[in-house]
Design a binder for this molecule. Sequence first.
Ligand SMILES: Cc1ncc(COP(=O)(O)O)c(C=O)c1O
Length: 439
Amino acid sequence: MSQTTLPNTDIETALAEAKEAYVARNPRSLARYIEASAVLPGGNTRTVLHYAPFPLAMERGAGCRLWDMEGREYIDFLGEYTAGIYGHSHPVIRAAVDGALNGGINFGASNITEARFARAICERFGLERVRLANTGTEANLLAISVARIFTKRPKVMVFDGGYHGAVFGFIGGGSPINAPFDYVVAPYNDIAATQALIARHGPELAAVVLEPMLGSGGCIPALPDFLHMIRAETSRVGALMILDEVMTSRLAPGGLQSVRGVKPDLTTFGKYIGGGMSFGAFGGRADIVDLFDPTRADALPHAGTFNNNVLTMAAGLAGLTQIYTPEAALALNARGDALRDRLNAACAAAGAKLQFTGLGSMLAVHTTRRPIITPADAAMGDQKLKELFFFDMLAAGIWLARRGMMTLCLPIGDAECDRLVAAVEEFLSTRASLLAAAG
Ligand SMILES: Cc1ncc(COP(=O)(O)O)c(C=O)c1O
């Protein structure tokens, strides 16, 4: 990246130059993209990883570092969208996975680790019962389905800007591929409007599903009063409150709900809890989750070939009990808070239309000065500038989500945080004229 300020460069020129440099630097990623496009639509099998002109492909990771196909090193500030909290090949996770592999991959039978892992999850997050699945999407699908059966009601309230999985996307309203439930889409962090919608649909409402902080939607925390209102109103109308803590359970030892003092009826989990293996879970009130008890005459079925797969059970149990202890959770999130404060101080000192939202170890960049309380505030950001931020960070050896999300993994230390702050300060300096515009 250039060290000089380019005062007269407009955003289009700056972006074109940044992309041109990116293309020139990454011939192997381009070749991979072309090869993949022959069999994977658009060379892609996970939409979030695609961006123009072509996505960077990584070849190897260790600790908090990644190497692309050219052998170029990056600090991994993406942390696999919160799932990679342990970094790459943590020795304790590695030993747990090796141990499981030595015992044979998957038995088609109950195994001794699944109950220990389930107990660790219940104790950590204050659940009476839990069911294990394979992804966060699946966890939400099952939680919503059981809520409809438990309440004998059809409707599901979700929020604009929310994301609950492959078939539960509500960023920008909704997605044509969403699971065909009868949704009521409410405005996130709008207390009065949401309260009115819950009252209006109350008798038909099975559940209100929300993230206590929008993750994919831009790391926008729910207002504590918004969460408390939803808890009170769902109880009043007899709907279940389902808190999606797939991302946010990492933000405090007992999940974000423990800090906010809100106890949902059901919580859904995923990401890092599987120790880097594929994972999902839902749990909470015994009277609801026990509907899946197969000894009951009226038991609901819950299938899943890999629900108790030995790799996830072993890696997840080791991670939650030996590595991401409550103390480790507090330390990692304190590091994230300090980092966000430093980044925002640099943006404020530069008077730039750039800011970092989030809580603890999750943060997202926004290219606007306005306070971000709702997804509509975030949408006011300059999207081209955000794209430029992404390509400039890649050039500086910082790996992050194209949409500007970053998360901390445990191996990230002071030196890596200093590197990120330095990269952002350089962006503030080299792109000063673009960041000075109104917005
Ligand atoms: C809040 C939230 N819920 C659910 C999911 C879906 O999880 P998975 O990708 O494991 O299906 C995600 C994934 O990003 C998420 O962020």
